[in-house]
Design a protein around this ligand. Structure first.
Ligand SMILES: Nc1nc2c(c(=O)[nH]1)N[C@H]1C(S)=C(S)[C@@H](COP(=O)(O)OP(=O)(O)OC[C@H]3O[C@@H](n4cnc5c(N)ncnc54)[C@H](O)[C@@H]3O)O[C@H]1N2
Ligand code: MOO
Length: 414
């Protein structure tokens, strides 16, 4: 039977995103050294293994004192030793005595405050105190930061630099985090070669593979580059099997998704047993997107046009990789409000993602101005864009200054 190719069977973008993200979460836990934990997501709550500080510690350089000794000033105290960070004073302070103390050092027994060095005069081994202080002054109580047994970082926390420091202070050398999802990337097309390879007159370089691998890395996944498959079943099926052998969580194919006679990807995936979730969505660029699963391996068949593959990556692959990494940002709406920097025409059935500049005007929202050229082969214009201007299906024509929604692109690296 002929396949339906009419416009009416295009799935709305929101429905397609819901299907791609449905019920996907982290696929198992691994324990990684703290030095590799930045940006990873905890799969279990992290419990403090120790109390911090583990002893009452001085907050200042000065002298550990008994405040009762400072009732009458100036007070002369005999210095009987020193307590330094890492080398506490092994004794206690009797009335009339003091111990030199450094910031972070344990407060000796008998002392109930620390007098700052600036408030004293030294006369040999006699410290002359020149002000009174209250009990507890400049002492950090045991456990004022946290106590052993406290749960300080919840499961699902994406570890920031500060979180990593806290985990270290809590006594964790390794942390349980969501395993990195493995994303196999298979470019398809007889016209493609790798950068640096000898190139024939009818050939172009696979650029999409690099964008997709970069999105995977940027969002906490591990890319597996399966190279380029030709436009024939043997080559495509070998690529799909290589992805399964590599135990990929996701297979991303590039190109061959449309209706042309050499667009064999969907058939090759079906031959290998893919259960199709959808093919073709109401989106521009990105219409021929394929989604399905092959056993445990999820499939995203991205269109070959560079802009289509990148927009589909931003809308579908990025949240999927985040979801499989346990990243709480997976469910976030990627759009934000802006205003139009130029008038736009009425839209058709497909949700439009226009490459646009974003300029900050005055105090209000930034203004998005689409480029005149929007062909989905254009990569150079994409690289000059600061956002995608999102136009809903059948949105009416709109004037400059009217509100709109945009997806901000990563700022250009300088
Ligand atoms: N009769 C129709 N023709 C087309 C339709 C349609 O509905 N009816 N859809 C168009 C749309 S929309 C898109 S998008 C493209 C997508 O087609 P494919 O996914 O089959 O992609 P290819 O034909 O393989 O390639 C399209 C284009 O992109 C270049 N390409 C492919 N792979 C890469 C890569 N890895 N890096 C850089 N560039 C790549 C390829 O050389 C082609 O120029 O179909 C429309 N046609
Ligand atoms: O999805 Mo296609 O890129 O609209 O040309």
């Amino acid at each position: 039977m002929a396949e339906p190719v009419g416009a009416s069977d295009l799935l709305p973008v929101g429905e397609a995103r819901a299907r791609v993200l449905a019920n996907h979460g982290a696929r198992g836990t691994e324990h990684v050294p703290l030095a590799q934990a930045l940006g990873r997501t905890l799969t279990e709550p992290l419990i403090a293994r120790r109390t911090q500080p583990p002893f009452a510690a001085s907050a200042m350089d000065g002298f550990a004192v008994r405040t009762a000794d400072l009732a009458t000033l100036p007070a002369r105290l005999k210095m009987i030793g020193e307590s330094a960070a890492g080398h506490g004073f092994d004794g206690s302070i009797a009335p009339g005595e003091t111990v030199r103390i450094l910031t972070g050092a344990p407060v000796p027994r008998g002392a109930d405050a620390v007098l700052m060095q600036e408030d004293t005069v030294l006369d040999g081994d006699v410290v002359i105190a020149q002000r009174t202080i209250f009990a507890g002054r400049h002492i950090r109580a045991t456990g004022v930061d946290f106590s052993a047994g406290q749960s300080l970082l919840a499961a699902g926390t994406r570890l920031s630099p500060i979180n990593v420091a806290l985990a270290a202070a809590m006594g964790h050398a390794e942390v349980p985090v969501a395993r990195k999802p493995r994303v196999a990337i298979l470019a398809t097309g007889d016209e493609l070669v790798q950068p640096g390879q000898t190139i024939g007159p009818d050939q172009i370089i696979t650029s999409n593979s690099f964008a997709v691998a970069a999105f995977v890395i940027e969002n906490g996944g591990e890319p597996i580059d399966l190279g380029i498959a030709g436009d024939d079943f043997a080559s495509l099926e070998a690529g799909i099997r290589a992805a399964r052998k590599a135990q990929a969580d996701v297979l991303v194919t590039l190109g061959g998704a449309s209706v042309g006679k050499h667009d064999l990807v969907r058939s090759a995936l079906a031959n290998e047993g893919m259960e199709l979730s959808f093919w073709r969505i109401a989106m521009r660029p990105g219409k021929p997107l394929i989604h399905g699963r092959l056993g445990e391996m999820l499939i995203l068949g991205l269109p070959g046009n560079p802009a289509a593959s990148i927009v589909c990556s931003l809308l579908f692959l990025v949240p999927l990789v985040r979801a499989l990494s346990g990243d709480p940002r997976a469910a976030e709406d990627p759009t934000e409000p802006a205003i139009l920097g130029a008038p736009v025409q009425a839209n058709s059935q497909r949700e439009d993602y226009l490459r646009a500049t974003l300029t900050q005007g005055g105090t209000g929202l930034p203004a998005a101005t689409p480029f005149a050229l929007q062909d989905s082969s254009l990569l150079n214009i994409f690289a000059q864009s600061q956002c995608l201007l999102v136009r809903s299906p059948y949105a009416p024509a709109a004037e400059a200054g009217e509100s709109c929604r945009v997806i901000k692109l990563s700022p250009p690296l300088r």
